[in-house]
Structures are given as C-alpha cells and as structure tokens.
Design a protein around this ligand. Sequence first.
Ligand SMILES: Cc1cc2nc3c(=O)[nH]c(=O)nc-3n(C[C@H](O)[C@H](O)[C@H](O)COP(=O)(O)OP(=O)(O)OC[C@H]3O[C@@H](n4cnc5c(N)ncnc54)[C@H](O)[C@@H]3O)c2cc1C
Length: 525
Amino acid sequence: MANTFSVNSTTLETDFCVIGSGAAGLHAALHASEYGSVTVVTKSRLETSSSYWAQGGIAAVLNNDDSFQSHEEDTLAAGRNFCNKSAVDVLVKEGARQVQQLIDKGMPFDRTNGHLDLGLEGGHTNRRVLHANGAATGKALVEFLIERVRKKSNIRILEEAFVYQILTDRERCSGARAYLYQQDQLITIQSPVTILASGGYSGLYSRTTNPHTSTGDGLWLAYNAGAVLRDLEFIQFHPTAFYAEEGSSFLISEALRGEGARLYNQAGERFMGAYPQKELAPRDVVARQILDQIHKQDESYVLLDVSHLDADVLRDHFPNLLQKIANQGIDVTEQGIPVAPAAHYCIGGVATDLNSKTSVNGLYACGEVAANGVHGANRLASNSLLECLVFSKRAVDHAASWGVEKPSMVSPHSFDIDDHFAEQFSDVQQQVSALLTKYIGIERHAEGMRKALQAIRNIQSSLFSDEHEYYGIRARGMLHIAEMIASAALQRQESRGVHQRSDFTSPSNSQAHIEYQKENPQLVS
Ligand SMILES: Cc1cc2nc3c(=O)[nH]c(=O)nc-3n(C[C@H](O)[C@H](O)[C@H](O)COP(=O)(O)OP(=O)(O)OC[C@H]3O[C@@H](n4cnc5c(N)ncnc54)[C@H](O)[C@@H]3O)c2cc1C
C-alpha cells in the first residue's frame, strides 16, 4: 500500500565524516582518529563492500628482486599512456610503505616458510602480490581494519545509513545528510572534513562482480555538491564471472587461469589457444574474446575448465572459491565452470589531486570513487586496494595539515519516503542496467550509445516523485550518472584500454579527459 511519511531529524558534529566502510573508508577513519573525532557512515553493514569481496591480493614492492621502477612501468603500461605519472609514483612508493606498516601491525598475509608468499598476476613483471587466506584477501584486510576501528573510542559508526546529500556552505563542504534505515530517522552530520569513500558504479550493470552497494552514489553526491567528475567511460570488465541462468554472478579469480585453467566455447574449442599468453592474455583481450565467442555461438557463457588440474592443489589454494562453485552444483573435476564477463571496476569517478582533494574545499575522495589518474585507461590487477590505502591516508594528512574551519549550522530541509515509488524505482534500475549492459559494455559503437542516451533521457523526462523523495533522489542520481557514462563513452572516439569501440578501433595519443561539473555541464581538460 502507498505510504508517504516524513522523517524525524537529528544532528551531530564530528571532525571527520567518512562516507563508506570499504578499505578506503576504514583506513581513512583509523588514520583520522589520530587527529580528532570520526564518524563513519555506511549504507549497509560495515562489512558490505567490494573491498570485503576482493580476492587476489594487493600489489607492493617488498622484495629485493623487485623495484619501484618495475611496478611503475607495469602500471603505466597497463594504463595505456593515460596515467598520471606523479600519481603512479606516489601509489607505488607510498604503497609499499603502507603495506609494510600493515604487516608490522599484524595483518596476516600468507607466508611460506616464514617468507611472504608473493604472487604473480597478469601485467606484473615481478612477484609482488600479497594475499591472505588464499583468495580471500579483501575479507582478511577489512576484518583487520574493522577490528581496529571498533577499538577506537573516538570513531562513531553509523551502519544502514544512506547518505543522500553532501552539504555545502559558502562553497565549502560542511558535512553530509543520511537516512538511517533502522531508526527511520534523518541525521545531519556537520563536519569540516568529509571523506568520500563510497566505491564504484559497476553495480549499475546487469552483470557485475560487485556487491549491491556499488551503485555510484558518491558520484552524484559529489556532482550535486559542485565537484568535477572525470573519466566515467573507463569501466573494467572482468572476463570470468560465474554465469547462472537466474542472474547471480561472482568473480572467478584470474589466479585460477594462472594455475592453468583453460577456456572453451560450448563447441569444445579452446579459443584462447592461438594467443601467445593464451588464457593469461590481458583482461580486456580475454573479455573481448569471450564476448566474441558468446556472440558467434549464440550462447550466454563459455566454460572455464580445470578438470585437468590436480583437484587437491586447487582445493588447497582456493578453498572458498571452489566451495562457492560447488554450491552452484558444479563439480569442477567433471564439468567446466560457466563464465561470462561482468562489470568489475570503475576507473572514472570524482576528480582529485594527489592529496585526494576534490574541487570542493573540505571534500576529499579516495578509493574506487576517486579518479586521480593512477589507473589510466586500464587498471593493473591488485593496484586498487593499494590505492585505497595510499590515498585515504593522503586525504587525512592533507585535511589535518590545513586546519579546519567549523561549519555553520545547516538549515532544515524536507525529505520524505513514498513507498508507492519503490516498484517504479526498481523498474528504472532494471532499465538503466539493461541499457548500460547492452550499449556501454565491453564493445561500444556510436549508434548503440546514442540509443542508450536517448532512452536514458526519455526515462529522465518521465520521472516520478520529487527531488526530496527517497526513491526520486536515487533514481535521479542513477540516471544522471548513466547519462554521463554514455555521453563520455560516445565522445571518446578511440579504443584505449577498457574503452573499446568498434567504430574507432585505434588508440589516440590524446591526454584529454572528459569531465562533468554542475556549473559547467561539460568540460574537457
Ligand atoms: C569480487 C572482487 C574482487 C576484487 N579483487 C581485487 C583484488 O584482488 N585486488 C585489488 O586490488 N582489487 C580488487 N578488487 C577491486 C577492489 O576490491 C575495489 O576497487 C576496492 O576494494 C574499493 O574499495 P573502496 O573502499 O573504494 O570501496 P568499497 O569497498 O566498494 O566500499 C564502498 C563503501 O561505501 C558505502 N556506500 C556507498 N554508497 C553509499 C551511500 N550513499 N551512503 C553511505 N555509504 C555508501 C558502501 O556500502 C561501502 O561500504 C576486487 C573487486 C571485486 C568486486
């Protein structure tokens, strides 16, 4: 039944407001607690994040046979001449220090005979990927950070708290507003420093490796507050996500291919066999080849076969993953694993400098929500957890060193929830997912992208409810981000890294970024 209600409101003051509880948010909160009071606001449970789901590991130069130069070169090569070199330098050098500090504090990375077990992943020329509990690195890292965050008496945690507005006061960020689902209450968080760590937008796609929380909220929150968004067209698709008829998908780690897993189409042909690196070719190449097979064979998935590998070794290395696959009724010793590409990582986001500062004073962004140039046009595997650690600390250090101005009281505002719109919101969500998946996926062309843009604009013009209503706020935000993704992808007339077009198949040397800002509807820098 339709149900409209207005919500009670309360206010709190804090020195740092951190939005999101993935690796970036938790790490920022811990570090910020050295300088003042912190409030972590997260829309689901503390553990619900892409960070928790991260599998393979975290890249860092901790071995004498390795070098910063090598890690930088690998990152720049993966990024296809589109990285910010200074940002990569910071990532690699400070990243190694941050990871060493985690180890010193007791983070349980896997070891063999007492030595760190350093893995090799696609695109890395040296063994430098630390992992924990096999392919459950994210879970181990997040649990490690949460344990410490919970012990800090000056960190307040607000779970099930959906941030729907970033506040500004005289062109400065002054905090955020959230709706507390459990208490059915609004909360205004007044803070001189707001750190946005709300993750990516892969969850806008029908098939994704991400949890349901990755819906790009941070982008429209920051955009509405006046920040610049950048590089939204660059979305990385993981080639091998589990395929199930009913739509569920989860990541099948590249490490399985590292152990020798092979890809076959449903006619039994090993289609990556002709490539020099075979199944370990770069992610974008494997993803495109799988898509090509899916189209040619008119099937929904291809098969990843491990039946020729030692099952005991696999179970030993990937206990959680093999259990998850078994739970889907697949016996890997007898059957291929059905896989298809899925949206995995968003390179684009809120534009920041090397201190994670956005274009709005007092507002910082770090982790996957930020676009600071470390990934260029294609992310190197295991560099994103590293980015979370490095740039969350930088945000806090910068904010703390600049001193903070207490924000003035914010004015009351209206907000309501009309349950009547829940179903319509879910329809809009499905339409947006289908459009992005079909037209702004692994391979793009102008005709499809124009169709997507037009369809998105049609939905926008028929939007229900007003801009103060919960479902309306979410629908407007989602549609606006989808529109900017489609428009940026249409404008980038080249194929580079994860952005591949069938009508512009070559890369350019351009260093131009496509950017959006509320006051300047479109910028190209
Ligand atoms: C399956 C999988 C495997 C991966 N494996 C690896 C790997 O091995 N190595 C690697 O480096 N990277 C890996 N990645 C990528 C990496 O995990 C992410 O890029 C990184 O963890 C992002 O961290 P984050 O803190 O920026 O965001 P997230 O971890 O996504 O956290 C975002 C947080 O923001 C909250 N939030 C969002 N919107 C709101 C809102 N409106 N209000 C309040 N809270 C909000 C969310 O609930 C969540 O708590 C993997 C990703 C996936 C999905």
